[in-house]
Design a protein around this ligand. Structure first.
Ligand code: SF4
Ligand code: SF4
Length: 226
């Protein structure tokens, strides 16, 4: 899922300063699960903004509500008239939700309330780790499920580099060396010979290096209006 965290309040205050009718808009999926932008967080942030405005003697109407997904037109349409009643929307969706709102309803003033961090999962309550960079050509079958693109600081396809020491990455002693992990996993599965196979350079055009990507699935495609 997408992992995000709330922007510093000082930044939010500055973004919203010119506006009086403000909607803090939560999103019901990833950001709810990672406890950054669901209904609870939207209500808490709206309360904080109200307190700040009162302290600063600045008038404001601040409301909070949540839609199922800000990254799909259909869910935005369900609350479209309500959204048009605000001077500014502080979106607690990831960056995708913010852009979907703006592209679908250009008249809205939408600001990001979160910093979108990465794709990953929670390893413990309150701890999330990054696991995929969306490279567009998955190599997990070559590394037995450990992503070298994401988890190696150099995204090496043939590792480890000379900086690997005692299982840790040269970038930080807190960071496991991805290629050390891959080595140990291949060894445990009796597939260590894979380490000796040289992987050719990756075609990065399928990743973001080739520019923003689009997927068209003719088998499920339905033109809007059909
Ligand atoms: S190889 Fe690419 S698609 Fe697969 S997990 Fe890593 S970044 Fe994601
Ligand atoms: S030490 Fe390991 S994880 Fe760090 S850059 Fe080198 S191969 Fe990648």
């Amino acid at each position: 899922m997408i992992i995000a965290e709330r922007k510093p309040f000082a930044q939010i205050k500055e973004m919203l300063a010119p506006y009086q009718r403000i909607c803090v808009l939560g999103c019901g999926t990833c950001v709810t699960v990672c406890m950054a932008g669901g209904q609870k967080e939207a209500e808490e942030l709206a309360a904080l903004i109200r307190i700040q405005r009162k302290q600063d003697r600045q008038e404001a109407t601040v409301e909070a509500f949540t839609i199922e997904r800000q990254c799909e037109f259909e869910f935005i349409d369900q609350v479209l008239e309500r959204l048009k009643g605000y001077d500014a929307i502080l979106s607690l969706a990831c960056g995708i939700g913010v852009q979907t709102l703006v592209e679908h309803v250009p008249a809205l003033r939408v600001m990001p309330g979160l910093n979108t961090k990465f794709m990953g999962y929670p390893v413990a309550q309150g701890v999330w780790v990054e696991r995929c960079l969306g490279c567009g050509d998955c190599v997990l079958h070559l590394t037995e499920g450990i992503c070298p693109i994401t988890r190696c600081a150099k995204s090496l396809l043939n590792g480890p580099c000379g900086g690997s020491a005692e299982g840790k990455c040269e970038v930080s002693k807190e960071l496991d060396c991805a290629w050390h992990l891959i080595h140990d996993r291949l060894a445990s599965l009796g597939r260590l010979s894979l380490m000796a196979e040289i992987q050719p350079p990756k075609d990065w055009s399928s990743s973001h290096h080739g520019g923003p990507r689009t997927i068209v699935r003719e088998d499920v495609k339905l033109d809007r209006g059909e």
